[in-house]
Design a binder for this molecule. Structure first.
Ligand SMILES: Nc1nc2c(c(=O)[nH]1)N[C@H]1C(S)=C(S)[C@@H](COP(=O)(O)OP(=O)(O)OC[C@H]3O[C@@H](n4cnc5c(N)ncnc54)[C@H](O)[C@@H]3O)O[C@H]1N2
Ligand code: MOO
Length: 384
């Protein structure tokens, strides 16, 4: 399957968004709005002073009659020709026509005078009620990822809870007898790089904290692990190719899975696969080579997770190549790159078994078959 075709197949496989549940703001971070965010109030909720100074009524000079601080209840009305000292954020008294900034006013024994650079205009330095939004107005559409700014906006307009999609549950199965989970590799043993790399990335993509399991190269163990998992998405690493102990295809067949993608025209990562498990759950098989596994994440896992979270994905990020990007003859290449003022440059140590280039990368460039010339625009994919 072509690389764009595989990415689209994964997205479509996930187009069955998980249910929405209301959760406290602090738990909504990293999830996706299941419903549009509406304002529970006008914002600001009352006419507000935008500056420290005086709220004034009518043209000056003014007689100063008291003070209004932020956070106090409705102040008394102001009569024409009077002013009250006011703090930024305080509610404007009824009848006030403008705010005179502290640095633009001076007071003699009796009166407040305007010495600003320009005459004070009606409404100056007032944030009128409803300037930002009206009660009931839609502020954000369903599908918006909830980041810190969304939490702040939701709180500002009165929300204590947000309706967000349930996080997809992910089970990560790391396959391979040769893997060490601590210490220095050698003597035929390889340190597991994907157990540390994948869970935080999955979490950042909106999944629940993945359960990680290590499975030895044993057909029965793998088949049972697939049969017994109840996760929305099972992600395996290794075992996708044709090695003597690469059991994944056979275990999938025995578990009653239907292959949606079985190999992709992409380098690295071409043995990656996507299957539908009984009950509408999914499995992505990532190749064992670490950079190939990363290619499988961006191609199959992220589009599937975003779709299941109902998350709106913006238009692709694009950049020019600052130097020629070597391509594969027939397949798409995913190339670790860094950004420069002129565009993106390839990073060295980009072999399928390597992470040295990726660890310095700012993105993966999508290099079409045949390569990209200097100046040609390429799509960029976010990396962990
Ligand atoms: N005859 C063929 N052999 C291979 C092909 C092929 O088309 N024909 N494809 C190659 C490509 S491309 C890849 S990618 C790998 C995919 O292999 P598997 O998914 O079956 O993975 P393994 O064989 O289990 O491991 C491959 C490689 O990666 C290392 N590995 C595995 N897991 C981890 C981990 N968690 N952390 C770090 N490194 C890991 C493993 O030790 C192997 O070196 O197959 C090629 N072969
Ligand atoms: O697809 Mo394998 O990724 O070349 O290493």
């Amino acid at each position: 399957m072509s690389w764009p075709g595989a990415r689209e197949t994964a997205r479509r496989a996930g187009l069955r968004p998980l249910p929405g549940v209301p959760v406290p703001l602090a738990e909504a971070l990293g999830r996706t709005l299941a419903e549009p965010l509406g304002a529970l109030t006008d914002l600001p909720a009352f006419d507000t002073s935008a500056m420290d100074g005086w709220a004034v009524a009518g043209p000056g000079p003014w007689r100063v009659a008291g003070r209004v601080l932020a956070g106090r209840a409705e102040p008394a009305p102001l009569a024409d020709g009077t002013a009250v000292e006011i703090a930024t954020g305080a509610q404007l008294p009824p009848g006030a026509t403008a705010v005179l900034r502290r640095e633009h006013g001076w007071t003699d024994a009796a009166l407040l005078h305007d010495r600003g650079p320009r005459p004070l205009t009606t409404g100056q330095d007032v944030r009128p009620r409803g300037q930002e939004c009206r009660l009931g107005e839609e502020l954000l559409p369903a599908g918006t990822p909830v980041g810190p700014a969304v939490l702040g906006l939701a709180a500002a307009c009165g929300h204590d809870r947000l309706p967000v999609r349930r996080r997809p549950e992910v089970r990560l199965l790391v396959l391979g007898d040769e893997l060490l989970t601590s210490g220095v590799p050698g003597s035929g043993l390889v340190r597991d790089a994907l157990g540390p790399l994948l869970p935080p990335w999955l979490r950042a993509a909106g999944a629940g904290t993945p359960e990680v399991g290590y499975v030895r190269d044993d057909f029965g163990l793998l088949r049972d692990a697939l049969r017994h998992s109840t996760a929305d998405l099972v992600v395996t690493t290794g075992g996708t190719a044709a090695g003597p102990v690469d059991f994944l295809h056979r275990a999938l067949a025995e578990a009653g899975a239907r292959l949606l993608v079985d190999g992709v025209a992409v380098r690295p990562g071409h043995p990656m696969l996507l299957a539908e498990l009984p009950g509408g759950r999914h499995l992505v098989g990532l190749p064992g080579n670490p950079l190939a596994a990363v290619a499988g994440m961006v191609t199959l896992v992220l589009p599937l997770l975003h779709a299941r979270s109902g998350r709106t994905v913006g238009p692709p990020a694009l950049a020019p190549a600052a130097a020629p990007l070597a391509g594969h003859r027939t397949d798409t290449r995913l190339q670790p790159v860094r950004r420069t003022a002129e565009g993106v440059l390839p990073l060295a140590f980009d072999g399928p078994a390597m992470l040295r280039g990726l660890a310095r990368a700012e993105a993966l460039a999508v290099v079409p078959p045949g390569g990209a010339a200097a100046g040609e625009t390429v799509e960029l994919l976010e990396v962990p």
